[in-house]
Structure formats: C-alpha cells, structure tokens
Design a protein around this ligand. Structure first.
Ligand code: XMP
Length: 326
C-alpha cells in the first residue's frame, strides 16, 4: 500500500473517545519509534505543529526540543504569542531563532509562487540543520504534516513541509498526525487538553504571509499585509466572526490603482479580504460577511495601513479558486 494513503479502515475521529484512543495509540507509537532519541520539532504555533508538540511532549517530555523560527513572514505579534504559550512547558527546550532577514533576502525579487515556497522550504532546512547541529544527539525530526498537506503536495501546490526534508537532514521523520484531516487534528488537540483558543486557531500556511504578499515580496507591501491582517482579525474577534469563520486573511497584490486622499491623487495597492468556511481545506465556500462589518474593516484599513487606497472582498469558492492566492 502507498505509505502516503490513509488506510480506509482507519476510523474517522468524530468523538472524544476516538480522539483519546488516537492519542494513546500515537503515544505508544512515538515511544516505540523514538526510544531514547531526541526529537526536534519546528513549532510555528499553528494548530498542526502545536498539537504535534503537545502529543510529543506527552510521549517523550524533555526529549523533545522545539525550535520556533521567525521567518519574517509571521503575523503581527505571532512569535511573542507562541513563545509565551509554550515557555512554561518546554522551558530550555524551546529555542527562538530570528531568521527574518535571511528569508527576506533570499526571497528578494522572486515572483513565482512555487519558487517562493521552495526557497522558504530550503531555508527552513538550513536553519534547522544549523540549530540541530548546536544540539546534542538529535536523530528525529517531528512534523505537523496533516493529510491535506500530503494530498496537496501530490497535486497543485508544493507545500514546503512535505517531502524532501528527511533525506536532506539525515533525520528520521516523526509524523504522528499525517493521516488526520483538519477537524480531526482539532479534536485530538482538545483530547490533549490544549486551550480552545489554540485548538480553534485558524490554519496558517507554512510559508506564512509570503503567499499573501503576491509576487516579489517587498518590506513595505509585506507590512501592508501584516497590518491589514491584524485589523481584520481584531474586527472579526469583536464581531464574534472568529468563532464562526474557518479561515480569514488579507492579500495585497503588486498592482496599484488611482485613488484620492485629502484632495490629492494617490497610486496605491488594494487590500483583498478573504474569509472562507471549510472542513478539510479541500473545498471551501465564502462567508457572507455583513456589510456593516466589512465597511468598518474598510475604514480602518484605509485609515491605518500605509500604501493602500482600496479594499476588496474575494467572492471565490474552492474549487475554482484555491483558498490562498498563491
Ligand atoms: P489552498 O490555497 O491550497 O490552501 O486552497 C489549502 C489550505 O492549506 C493552506 N496552505 C498551506 N499550508 N503550506 C502550508 O502549510 C503551504 O504552502 C500552504 N499553502 C496553502 C491554506 O492556508 C489553506 O488552509
């Protein structure tokens, strides 16, 4: 059987007992695989890597070392939040690496989405290698790969967190949630006792805001993505939409249009708002946001985000479009 195909006999996790049984089973499997070895995990702070970290911490406690890499493409205040959340449990086994300049330099002038992913993926390997070499006795690399990553990496987009890594790093892979759909990952997170806020965080792509800063990334346009995203998230939380909408973010394409501000002509970027509902990311439909909320977000983005003179709403479903723009 193809090792990247979910076993048809595997039960779909749709209840607490099934999630708990999965946790117990994986703990045993991880212990069996890892034995006395140390495991390195890239902790982005998203649902997948957080669930993976919690599962491994439970199975092998202080043999787990987590590295949080700030690739300069994270959301506003994201690193602070991730480090703050895990520091009590992981203590000295939580390592912070600020590699943002390295990533932004490597991405300079690169427009092709798959090339951008490749660069980010390869740099991740480099940064991990560097960190791993500083640590003693690491022989495993854990990854929060989930089933949609596995499927998508065989198809439309080359997700950086699948494939290629193990042979280059020389580490054996530990992928305890590889065959889970997103909704199952969340249930496993709950069974592990992770807080609701963390388990129900919206998915965030490994290449981060790079896939939302369309084309060649520039610092100022990336800042427009980051600031508009922060406003969107703040307003969605205020309106209670954060609990209802599966994934929501902003995109800033490298096109400019004419506008007028304080009687003066402007030539600036648009911000595109995207808000979709999905169960497993394979299909998605747009959320019908009330106009009053959209107007409030529009006003804030136009007033607070530099270099922007229009706000648009993306009406496309998946399939047709994909969720991300790149
Ligand atoms: P698409 O855009 O393919 O996205 O409809 C499906 C889901 O996957 C996320 N996504 C990624 N996640 N690395 C990731 O880890 C990636 O390169 C990547 N591209 C998209 C996307 O945010 C959505 O939840």
């Amino acid at each position: 059987m193809n090792e990247n195909v979910r076993n048809p006999k595997m039960l779909r996790i749709n209840s607490k007992p099934l999630a708990e049984a999965f946790v117990e089973e994986q703990i045993e499997k991880i212990k069996e695989q890892v034995k006395d070895g140390r495991v390195l995990l890239g902790l982005s702070g998203g649902v997948d890597s957080s669930v993976c970290a919690a599962l491994l911490a439970k199975a092998i406690s202080d043999k787990l070392v987590c590295v949080h890499v700030n690739h300069g493409l994270l959301r506003k205040n994201e690193s602070e939040e991730v480090l703050g959340f895990f520091k009590n449990d992981l203590k000295d086994n939580l390592i912070y690496v600020d590699a943002s300049n390295e990533f932004l330099d490597a991405l300079k002038g690169v427009t092709d989405p798959e090339k951008k992913r490749k660069i980010i993926g390869e740099l991740f390997i480099k940064v991990f290698k560097r960190e791993a070499q500083k640590l003693e006795g690491i022989s495993f690399l854990a990854q929060g790969t989930i089933y949609s990553d596995v499927l998508e990496s065989q198809g439309v987009k080359a997700h950086h967190n699948v494939g290629g890594l193990p042979s280059e790093l020389g580490f054996e892979l530990v992928e305890p949630i590889k065959f889970l759909y997103k909704d199952e990952v969340r249930q496993v997170g709950e069974a592990l006792g992770l807080p609701h806020k963390m388990v129900h965080r919206q998915p965030f792509p490994g290449p981060g805001l790079s896939v939302r800063c369309i084309g060649a990334i520039t610092k100022d346009r990336l800042e427009a993505v980051r600031e508009s995203d922060a406003i969107l998230r703040e307003e969605f939380a205020l309106a209670g939409l954060d609990k209802k909408v599966w994934q929501y973010f902003t995109v800033v394409p490298p096109i400019k249009s004419t506008g007028i501000k304080k009687g003066k002509r402007t030539f600036e970027w648009p911000v595109i708002i995207r808000a979709v509902n999905s169960v497993d990311a394979v299909t998605a439909t747009i959320e019908k946001i009330p106009y009053e909320i959209l107007e409030k977000i529009r006003d804030r983005i136009l007033a607070e985000v530099k270099g922007v003179n229009r706000v648009l709403y993306d009406l496309s479903n998946k399939p047709g479009a994909t969720i991300e723009w790149e």
